[in-house]
Design a protein around this ligand. Structure first.
Ligand code: DAH
Length: 350
């Protein structure tokens, strides 16, 4: 039995020495130290021996088991450490290499200016309201004091979907009419309605068959042009800087009386005269006026009690002025280089 044990020890130690990796060591552990392994088998036979022999062999067997276990564990530890070392070597990161810049989208400049106007108006208590782009003639024209056959319709060359009934809205003013009607004629209103509008225009550097308007409406009691002027003062100073001045010129719109054209002092030349303001020192930015009593009446507000002002400007025109863009088509061509030009985050990152 002794020789057998010595031969076994020899065999196991040779195999441990030859084991090439963690897997092989693990297999040896199972084969030799497992329940069905030879060492355990010897242990089973111990009970067949006499007392003295049992004692002697028990010790030898125990020593053998301890020594094999130690050797296997040592080798295991060695291979485990080696594996970690190799992994670390393989997965080494060179932190001095330049990073890969992740390209993110950026808001279109048009969206940006609309958000700017929304933020300014919301700070004065205005709601931002949406409305349908496919509109009824009634909301787009009739309720706004532009009856069928009226020459004022000609100024807004309209896309009709169903003649004299359904159209692509030519202005965002129908949202004003809808808001007044749903307010029920008995409470004040402050709202702006930015959105797409459509006209049968030929596209060129300053015209597009589809463009964005931002209109606003305030209805309350004793409203006058000076309220409108004060409001414009806030909006345009925020947009174009604290030196920006606002002036009104008489104009004509069917839905406002009196109506005005709004100019701001040229921020480019500070009023001295330049190509941007065509040497006038002023730039036209908005149509506006005091809401016509017929419009209030049509939309459920008693003009003897209520009054208001309304205004509308083209978002593209504002953005073109503010950012020095000279072709309206820039906004719709989705040229990433153009969009990036106006992306402040990107500029700050560089
Ligand atoms: N809707 C007008 C247009 O497209 C702009 C406008 C002028 C809107 C005066 C208004 C306003 O609300 O009061 O030409």
């Amino acid at each position: 039995m002794k020789e057998k044990l010595e031969a076994l020890e020899q065999e196991i130690k040779e195999k441990i020495a030859k084991a090439k990796d963690l897997k092989e060591i693990n297999e040896l552990k199972i084969t030799y130290l497992g329940k069905k392994g030879p060492i355990n088998e010897f242990t089973m036979h111990l009970k067949e021996l006499q007392n003295e022999e049992k004692k002697e062999f028990g010790k030898v067997l125990n020593d053998l088991k301890t020594s094999i276990t130690n050797e296997i564990e040592e080798k295991m530890k060695y291979y485990e450490e080696l594996e970690i070392k190799e992994k670390l070597e393989k997965e080494k990161i060179d932190i001095t290499l330049p990073g890969v810049k992740i390209k993110t989208g950026s808001p279109n400049i048009l969206e940006h200016i609309i958000e700017e106007v929304e933020t300014i108006c919301m700070s004065m208590g205005y709601d931002v309201v949406d409305g349908p782009e496919i509109e009824e003639d009634r909301f787009n024209f009739e309720l706004l004091n532009i009856p069928k056959g009226h020459p004022a319709r000609d100024a807004q060359d309209t896309f009709y979907i169903k003649e004299e009934e359904i159209l692509l809205r030519s202005q965002t003013s129908p949202v004003q009419a809808r808001t007044m009607l749903s307010a029920g004629g008995n409470k004040p209103i402050r709202m702006i309605c930015p959105g797409k509008t459509y006209r049968r225009d030929d596209d060129d550097a300053t015209h597009s068959h589809q463009f964005m308007q931002i209109e606003g409406l305030l209805v309350d009691k004793n409203i006058s042009l000076s309220d409108l002027k004060g409001t414009f003062d806030v909006i345009f100073k925020e947009l174009f800087g604290p030196d920006c001045e606002v002036r009104f010129r008489p104009s004509y719109y069917q839905f406002t009386e009196p109506s005005v054209e709004t100019d701001i002092s040229c921020f480019n030349c500070k009023g001295k005269g330049c190509s941007l303001c065509k040497n006038t020192g002023w730039i036209t930015v908005s149509g506006a006026g005091i809401v016509h009593p017929n419009v209030l009446k049509n939309c459920g507000y008693d003009p003897k009690i209520w009054s208001g002002f309304a205004f509308g400007f083209g978002a593209e025109r504002l953005a073109m002025l503010k950012y020095g863009i000279n072709d309206i088509r820039t906004f719709y061509q989705t040229d990433l280089r153009e969009i990036k030009n106006f992306d402040r985050r990107e500029k700050n990152d560089d």
